[in-house]
Design a protein around this ligand. Structure first.
Ligand SMILES: O=C(CO)[C@@H](O)[C@H](O)[C@H](O)[C@H](O)COP(=O)(O)O
Ligand SMILES: [Zn+2]
Length: 190
């Protein structure tokens, strides 16, 4: 029981720090406004991550393309790992490092948004996708851990959770991701 309580408390502590970080909260506001502007100008939102963060990418994309709280028209959002034929072919024929970059090359357009979720900030396939995004004028939003890793240098917006513990970082990513979904849904459809 003690162990379980300690883990829950650790998750709360990270979220408490997020709550007290004016800078992070301001970034959330800016990110939400940027996504609304992109959507209003015909942009699309792409999400990518690995492992649990791929699940988070898929989850958040579905809030936009499906629904979050309200009944409204679908918004154009996709997670980049969902086509397993594409993923296995490109990883097999080229490398796993280029799987997301190649998709951005193929389907990303100027004014779109690319959200990358990486607790280390160092996942090479996300970093490579952000590099392609930068070349194409696609706005990048990094959800990372405390240091931001390599993504700190190449993200237009960085949401770096004040923790170095992968699961605790992911738990705050999904909280803040949900907040972004709610703000975008409310503002876009108001
Ligand atoms: O869900 C978890 C851990 O909670 C794992 O699957 C985790 O996402 C994987 O180890 C990822 O490959 C870690 O990558 P990243 O967060 O450093 O980009
Ligand atoms: Zn996990």
């Amino acid at each position: 029981m003690e162990k379980i309580k300690n883990i829950i408390q650790a998750s709360i502590n990270v979220k408490q720090q997020v709550l007290e970080s004016e800078a992070l909260l301001q970034t959330i506001v800016k990110v939400s406004e940027t996504i609304v502007n992109s959507l209003k100008n015909g942009g699309r939102i792409y999400f990518c991550g690995n492992g649990g963060s791929a699940a988070d990418a898929q989850h958040l994309a579905a809030e936009f393309s499906g629904r979050f709280y309200t009944d409204r028209r679908a918004l154009p959002a996709e997670a980049l790992h969902c086509n397993t034929s594409y993923l296995t072919a490109v990883a097999n024929d080229y490398s796993f490092e280029v799987v997301y970059a190649r998709l951005m090359e193929g389907i990303g357009n100027k004014g779109d948004i690319l959200v990358g979720l990486s607790t280390s900030g160092n996942s090479a396939n996300i970093v490579r996708a952000f590099e392609v995004a930068r070349e194409k004028g696609i706005v990048t939003i990094g959800f990372t851990g405390m240091t931001g890793g390599v993504m700190k240098e190449i993200s237009d917006y960085l949401i770096n959770i004040p923790s170095t513990d992968t699961p605790r970082i992911q738990e705050s990513h999904i909280l803040l991701g949900h907040i972004v979904c709610q703000l975008v849904e409310e503002n876009y459809f108001s």
